[in-house]
Design a protein around this ligand. Structure first.
Ligand code: 8ID
Ligand code: ZN
Ligand code: ZN
Length: 372
């Protein structure tokens, strides 16, 4: 399965286009395919796709499983996705082929395939490095096939560059969860020494959010349910843990967990249920910022107008990150600042991961090993 770039780089002509590729790319590969809305994913062999002129073909070694992949399978969102669909958008691997226009990614380079698979690069959002807002963006594991396959296509301009000294299994969750929470913390405008409430702290995004928040010098109040997640949050460096399943008054408990009792300066909403989206404005500090990131099906943000006005509260959304955010989030990781727990299972186990995720039983992230 591995490629050896040093003895490769023949030019091969496929149909009308030229593809630079290594020798060892097979015709068929293992993948997890959603064939109908609601799933389950079907583990089967499918053909390996060929990159277009501006694309690369990445041999995915590891892929994280994000709750977004479960939303995609279930059809939770008012956004069309392709079917049949190969999910996945936290893929770390090695470039094994590239289109003729690709100049700045080499065969053998270690790259990440993230949610933003490609964008037009020409609209006013792309011009301002707001490519997640591009109306023509392609989304890995949603509008185009993603990383739950051994060979995945991505636009060369958008693949994440992964440094040589970084482990491909541990970096995989950074490619969505890490980038997203890093961006969310920046969007909150929070400053070192201030306090952030992380709602859904025990999940994939939440575990990484704690590490980025810690690296930024923030006080962390983690909110999630159960003792396993409490133990993980304490180990990741949270200053307080509020158990939403056990607490009689989450609002009071979150406020009480801040040093002066006035509430956190920012709230990152990462949960996959609606209630915390309607609670956060009550406990955020006056002049504080509530950042909505989690995407529970059919949910609404709700806040009392009077309190929001007289307490000068900001409520906003935050959506993945751009190429610069990607490079910065990876650099935090490379420097050893981000250590979030993950469990590795073979690609064939995806359906079991979805079951645990649906039940809220995953502390941290699951990473699929695509060599097994
Ligand atoms: O760009 C974006 N905005 C973006 C990027 C990536 C992911 C958004 N997301 C979305 C996903 O689609 C999903 O809706 O973020 C959400 C969280 O993704 P995840 O971290 O991958 O999910 P998870 O690992 O299942 O963690 C969710 C956690 O929320 C907790 C659960 O216990 C779990 O640990 N939780 C729930 I459900 N209700 C809660 C509550 N009331 C809660 N935690 C606190 N209070
Ligand atoms: Zn664009
Ligand atoms: Zn994701």
């Amino acid at each position: 399965m591995s490629s050896n770039p040093s003895r490769t780089i023949p030019t091969t002509t496929h149909t009308s286009r030229t593809i630079i590729m290594s020798y060892e790319v097979p015709e068929q590969q293992w993948a997890q395919v959603i064939e109908k809305s609601g799933g389950p994913p079907v583990y089967k062999q499918i053909p390996v796709a060929k990159p277009a002129a501006d694309e690369v073909l990445v041999n995915i070694k590891y892929s994280g499983v994000c709750h977004t992949d479960l939303h995609a399978m279930k059809g939770d969102w008012p956004l069309d996705r392709k079917l049949p669909l190969v999910g996945g958008h936290e893929g770390a691997g090695v470039v094994v082929a590239r289109g003729e226009l690709v100049k700045d990614v080499e065969l053998g380079d270690r790259v990440g395939v993230k949610w933003l698979n490609g964008s037009c690069l020409a609209c006013s959002f792309c011009e301002q490095a707001d490519e997640p807002l591009c109306a023509d963006a392609q989304l890995s594991g949603y509008t185009v096939d993603g990383t739950f396959q051994q060979y995945c296509i991505a636009k060369a301009a958008h693949v994440a560059r992964i440094p040589k000294d970084v482990a491909l299994d541990a970096i995989a969750p950074v490619l969505c969860a890490g980038i997203t929470v890093y961006k969310g913390l920046k969007e909150s405008g929070i400053r070192p020494g201030q306090s952030v409430a992380i709602v859904g702290a025990g999940g994939g995004l939440g575990s990484l959010a704690q590490q980025y928040a810690k690296a930024m010098g923030l006080r962390i109040i983690s909110i999630d349910g159960g003792e396993e997640k409490r133990a993980m949050c304490e180990q990741l460096g949270s200053d307080a843990y509020v158990d939403f399943l056990a607490s009689k008054d989450v609002v009071a408990d979150v406020r009480a967990a801040t040093e002066d009792g006035l509430g956190p300066h920012a709230v990152l909403l990462l949960a996959v249920s609606e209630k915390p989206f309607q609670q956060a404005a009550e406990y955020v500090r006056s002049r504080g910022v509530v950042v909505a990131i989690g995407l529970p099906a059919g949910a609404y943000l709700r806040a009392p107008v009077f309190q929001s006005v007289v307490r000068m509260i900001t409520i906003k959304g935050s959506y993945v990150g751009n190429r610069r955010d990607t490079a910065e989030a990876i650099e935090f990781f490379r420097r050893g600042l981000i250590k979030a727990p993950f469990k590795t299972v073979p690609l064939s186990d995806l359906a079991k991961v979805y079951e645990l995720m649906e039940q809220g039983k995953i502390a941290g992230r699951y990473v699929l090993d695509l060599s097994k």
